[in-house]
Design a protein around this ligand. Sequence first.
Ligand SMILES: *Cc1c(COP(=O)(O)O)cnc(C)c1O
Length: 364
Amino acid sequence: MTRPIHATVHTQALHHNLQRCREAAQDSRVWAVVKANAYGHGIERAFDGLRAADGFALLEIAEAERIRALGWRGPILLLEGVFEPRELEACSRLGLWLAVHSDAQIDWLATHKTHTGLRVFLKVNSGMNRLGFAPARVGAAYARLAALPQVDEVSFMTHFSDADGPKGVAEQVARFAHATQDLPGERSLANSAALLRLAGDAAVRGDWVRAGISLYGSSPDFPEHSAADWDLQPTMTLASRLIGVQEIAAGESVGYGSRFVAERPMRVGVVACGYADGYPRHALTDTPVLVQGVRSRTLGRVSMDMLSVDLTPVPQAGVGSEVVLWGRAANGAVLSIDEVAHHAGTLGYELMCAVAPRVPMRVA
Ligand SMILES: *Cc1c(COP(=O)(O)O)cnc(C)c1O
């Protein structure tokens, strides 16, 4: 038997989640955000499930090239624009749309040699204070872009800092609206959290929404809402098997640092999955797992190649039994990546992006 850990990307679930985003977006068009190699799923593996999107949004030319190689002829948006002027050549060749967030990027465009104009999304800094033009500078940036023969059409985008929390987006929406008032062009504001929570408001929906994490079956505002609350399905399963079982007595400990001590005699399963596979080392005892589709918990510290689980709720489990670290078990039971992330003090985003290259990933 080869090492039993593997990951599975679920095409149907991607499609389902995209439809959920579409419903929330109403008449607005939906970018499928596939940066970071489709949030760790692999662009090629995720493409079939997401091909009903109106466009793909990402960061790198190489990723855009891969989407074109899959036969996609629709819009592709570079969310941060180009990182150096010579990338503009590839933008023209591949027909990419690009964010423009700085004066330097406008300078580069002004010296770019092209016959066909590029579509740009002028990025407004409405309060996140990461990328974009301050509201007072938007008019001047727009005028410069609109006057360039290299630019075909100017649209506007901004990004929310607090769409998932109590602060909300009202202030940023107002600043964005004010900065772009009277300027013609399409608008894009919402990420997943804004889309699912606030897209009843047409000013939040805009013309294009940018859905990322929700496509991948993770709730953008866990634990306030779970993925199930939003009717999102897991798109990635990380599964392995038991490769050992220990029967331990009360008072015995499990793993490095003896961080778990048994209070009573118990069976402990050893799973072929560790932090070198991308499982979070910060997940301590009590992180949920599914053993043969039954919910149980981890015990003690995660090591590089193994972790231990409590077999008390699954007495029939033994060497070879299925263990799902997140995703869907063979019996249909679901363990959301968000729950595992929460136990490790992180987000579903980070876990799905961090599955290690040594874990074979297939599509189902
Ligand atoms: C990553 C990203 C998104 C998607 O955000 P999610 O929270 O994953 O939906 C949207 N817009 C921009 C600019 C991004 O960088």
